[in-house]
Write a protein that binds this ligand. Sequence first.
Ligand code: CP
Length: 465
Amino acid sequence: MSLAGRSLVTMDDLSNDEVEGVFSLADGMADSLGEQSSVCQGKIMASLFFEPSTRTRMSFEAAMLRLGGRVITAVDIGATSLAKGESIADMARVVGSYADIIVIRHPWEGSAKVVADYAGVPVINAGDGGHEHPTQTLLDLYTIKKERKTIKGLKVALWGDLKYGRTVHSLAYALARFGATILFRPAPGLGIPDHVVRKLTAEYGGELRRYGTADQSETGGLFSLDAIYVTPSTPHQLAMMADVSLQVELEKGVDAIYVTRLQRERRDAAKVEGDTRREYPVVDKRLLRERTFKETLVMHPLPRVDELAYELDADPRSMYFKQAARGVPVRMALISLLLGSKKADTGRDDRSRKPGTSHPAYNRGFGVRCQNRNCVSVNEEKYIKPEFKIISLKPLTLRCIYCEHETFPKYVASAEWHEGTLKSKRYHSSDSHWMKKIRPENLIIFDSESEAQSRGFLPGKYAEG
Ligand code: CP
């Protein structure tokens, strides 16, 4: 299996077999960390970290040094020409001419995709805003697999800030694809975003099950009202037990609990009021005494703040420092595969089975913009054309190809009709019957009436639905 020349921007960029291939190579690297110094000799990795990092940056750099390569680094936007107004695309082109591979962390969602689109060398997303952090997921999955031998059929609880935590988004997609059951335990107001749930259910065949208040009281309010039961190819046992109660399931035990900190920096950037610290769920010795957690792996991408008690550090169930350490062999494996210095000897080349490739594209470049203020397409609109996948026609739902946030535009028109007379250049409500009449290739989408009117369209009879 070769991954030469490829980039890793989201978990969608790797098939399950390719993930297994990375793990198999990482096993070999872990067994002989000190004997890999000729693998990437002569290669240069650019390490661009425009947000704070300890683990990801240093483990990537350690990985490249152990492979015999060299590293060039920028760790502050203010010390680069981005601060002078240079675009991410221009920076990517230039850095791509200095280095053989780029690792980038940036606060804007979708920024790593732009770097991958322009750099001309493999690019690894080391965290793009609240979107994804796929290499963290690789080492998280690797840890679960090492400890439990399988991922399929496990119950994994995602805990804490599920809204802004990019590690949980990437991990949720990967768990779903590998057939795990996901339980959500969000901090108040920090639930898993709807667009992530929709992707889990629509693209990975997951079934979202909402629990009632009776279940809530039975479990002492331990878990939220939602749990995803994933049935990727054949329904696994839980999914077939339609009337099983949450309490009964929890009594069988949770295999792993994945704790995350409050992403204060993203809440502040989004100008969210209030302080959730007091209500933030904490994992400590008392919680782990519950029968549900008797044999539960305690995981955390780190850094921790107040949500994970230090008293657990000596507990054999605690995995977080092992996770961080495994970042080095996993990232060594990934770098050497993307540079074509290694091939993995397991897995089939099943890229065609990658999820998320079947939605039609919408890329007229006008009329509708991503509504996420932190999306790279909004912040670098001088050269990035808004581009979406059409997820659903009823209700009309577009997914930004950069940040994957969804938008629900209210107005549509047809390119075919307006080529007739000016009189027929009309826009309509996207939930009116006109929506069905417009052929997909003729669809023009607007997020407001003023946008439609600025393009010369007049309100149709059904502009209000
Ligand atoms: N897990 C993680 O991304 O840690 P850093 O922010 O320290 O890189």
